[in-house]
Design a protein. Structure first.
Length: 351
């Protein structure tokens, strides 16, 4: 990592941060925007906006500017096709002079050789709670009060006084609407930035791009996870909370979301992938729970007990850890779910 000034202002949009970002985009010819696995519309929309900015400021004749992820969601794929945009989908991408993590709270969300980050300029642009990732970054633009990374990127455009073209604004709007759950989580600032972005764009078109039927494999994953679900009740004073525990071979995040939507207060879903030697856990909860226990913080703590990495939002978070070769799968699932249940109960009792 190059020895350049870190900007640690409380205001993520401070002119020092923006000037630093512009300087890096101007001077470096090779820039990689890296998004988390199964990249959603917010991650890809933010990366498309940042790529446009990088191309706008880069002084080189033929800059090498790439967006990469190891997978994208079906919804994201449809948006990319509509916008005629593409991203590199690959495990262990080639790390360029600048590596910019977009909507990625921790290194467990990407597949890279961490040792190769040592001589790179590392940027983090995100809206999740900060994790250890910030310690290796040259520039950190994190706004935990923002509803989406696309909202952050749009505010950077405003700060620099650049009005992005229609396709970039469409991508940013898709990300904002997606991460705010179709504006249910929108703030006054969110609506202000939407009004700035939406010129000559039909909001119905944005909603159309964000609407799709679940494919058969996702429906089956939801049904199987619900059929395996164990329910536990935790008391806190006069209040009772329903905790749902389950496992799935895929779509663990949407499975956890489904369990909360049908009545659980908090859900943990484990996926053990023997082929990838990986354990993944997704957690979702209701707002009432998140006011007492921040899921991103909780999953970070649980991940450390599993020698993995975790993090995320107050109401939606996850972790990745290594799966020991030869370990019984069912026992591993039970162990991890019990750890999640006990860790949540201990955090709740502290309040």
């Amino acid at each position: 990592m190059n020895n350049i000034l870190k900007n640690e202002n409380n205001n993520p949009y401070h002119s020092d941060n923006i000037d630093h970002l512009k300087k890096l985009f101007k001077e470096k010819n090779n820039i990689l925007f890296l998004c988390h696995h199964n990249a959603d519309p917010d991650a890809i929309g933010g990366a498309l906006g940042l790529k446009y900015l990088a191309n706008s400021f880069n002084k080189n004749k033929n800059p090498n500017i790439i967006i990469s992820t190891n997978s994208v969601s079906k919804l994201t794929r449809n948006i990319l096709l509509e916008l005629n945009e593409s991203v590199e989908i690959v495990n262990y991408p080639k790390l360029l002079d600048i590596v910019c993590f977009v909507d990625t709270a921790s290194l467990n969300q990407v597949m890279i050789d961490e040792n190769k980050l040592l001589d790179k300029n590392i940027i983090l642009i995100d809206h999740h709670k900060k994790t250890d990732l910030v310690n290796i970054c040259d520039l950190v633009i994190v706004d935990e009060n923002s509803t989406s990374v696309c909202e952050i990127v749009a505010n950077i455009f405003k700060k620099i006084n650049i009005y992005p073209p229609k396709n970039i604004r469409t991508a940013l709007l898709c990300g904002i609407v997606y991460d705010t759950k179709h504006l249910k989580l929108a703030t006054e600032g969110t609506f202000n930035i939407i009004s700035w972005l939406i010129k000559d764009i039909s909001f119905q078109k944005i909603l159309y791009l964000l609407t799709q039927e679940s494919d058969e494999s996702k429906k089956l994953a939801h049904l199987k996870a619900c059929s395996r679900m164990e329910l536990h009740t935790i008391k806190q004073g006069n209040q009772k909370y329903i905790v749902a525990l389950s496992n799935s071979s895929s779509n663990e995040a949407s499975c956890a979301k489904t369990m909360v939507s049908i009545g659980a207060d908090i859900a943990f879903v484990v996926a053990v992938r023997k082929k990838d030697k990986e354990i993944r856990v997704s957690a979702r909860c209701r707002k009432q729970i998140s006011k007492q226990v921040h899921l991103g913080v909780l999953m970070e703590k649980i991940a450390k007990k599993l020698n993995g990495r975790g993090g995320g939002h107050a109401e939606a978070a996850g972790l990745n850890a290594n799966f020991e070769k030869g370990a019984p799968k069912d026992e591993t699932i039970k162990k991890v779910l019990n750890l999640c249940l006990n860790s949540f109960e201990k955090e709740l009792i502290k309040k």
